[in-house]
Ligand binder design. Sequence first.
Ligand SMILES: Cc1cc2nc3c(=O)[nH]c(=O)nc-3n(C[C@H](O)[C@H](O)[C@H](O)COP(=O)(O)OP(=O)(O)OC[C@H]3O[C@@H](n4cnc5c(N)ncnc54)[C@H](O)[C@@H]3O)c2cc1C
Length: 315
Amino acid sequence: MTADFQSKDFQSKTGARVELLPLARFTTLGVGGEAEVWFVSNHEQLAEAMAQPYRILGGGSNLVIADAGVPERVIRLSGPLAERDLTPDPELSGGDGIVTGWVGGGVPLPGLVRALQKLGYSNLEGTVGIPAQVGGAVWMNAGTRYGEMFDGLHTLEIATPDGLKVVTPDDLRWGYRDSGIPRNHIVTRVRLKLQRTAPEDVLARMTLADTARKGQPKMKTPGCAFKNPGGVGAGRLIDEAGLKGTRVGNALIAPEHANFIVNLGGATAADVHALLDLIRERVGVPLELEYELWPGEADRSATPVAASQWAAEPE
Ligand SMILES: Cc1cc2nc3c(=O)[nH]c(=O)nc-3n(C[C@H](O)[C@H](O)[C@H](O)COP(=O)(O)OP(=O)(O)OC[C@H]3O[C@@H](n4cnc5c(N)ncnc54)[C@H](O)[C@@H]3O)c2cc1C
């Protein structure tokens, strides 16, 4: 199949679907301009997509993307790379311990957590309510005080500039909200390490983790805006600065929780940036952003890799 560069949409040499799309539709905030989106469903397509400057987009739940979009191609994992096989691997599972088949990096995390609960498999229930994809959640070891992604990982398949690598958590320097995986590496698939538990017990733990979210706004948002500086709640500082309920354009500092900026409908990235700047100006202490800006304050676009370096499928 050859690329048709006459139209906006085309199929790449390896058959990846490529479309010029507004990125707003892929983010939980609902803002972001256009970019060339590559929907890749196998390793060969991924290698082709990674041969030019790229960004990898997961659930878009930690991103504020500029109104002008981004110049790099944006990779989305789809097809088999967004499917899950939760069948216990007989060779790796034993007793109450289970190791699943492959779960694609593009799989939505909330649906996965619900499915694991129904099957009576625990270890990932602490991540309930995180609207990420598996790959994005693994990349930053997303979690709550009730548990994090690395509680349930057995094996990770990662696309790197040096080829596809299959590693275990012990091979990585992971820690709090950090997998130790470099930025331009893509988590393509993982195998989960789980524990057989009564479904009602898993549900009880999910309910506990969910209860902690009660005060969070239900509107479109990329989650918490700032990290808590030195043990003080960023939300409290923003509230004390009198900014709760402040609106710029169609973006609002949520009345429910001041560390959340929400989209009232039709907000732009410029509206959100104006609120972030205002908060930083009014709150007396330096605040570090929780979410990522695309293109960033420090532009973090990936370096190109040679497709030939790792076009072969593993195993
Ligand atoms: C309502 C709400 C609640 C939230 N609650 C929590 C919470 O309790 N705990 C928590 O930790 N986070 C929370 N978040 C933040 C967010 O969900 C996490 O940061 C999550 O890890 C982002 O994953 P994503 O797939 O959405 O990634 P994206 O937002 O799409 O991308 C974020 C970063 O991950 C990279 N990335 C995406 N996919 C991959 C991949 N396959 N391989 C390598 N890198 C990748 C991107 O390039 C980017 O750098 C919340 C967000 C929202 C909107």
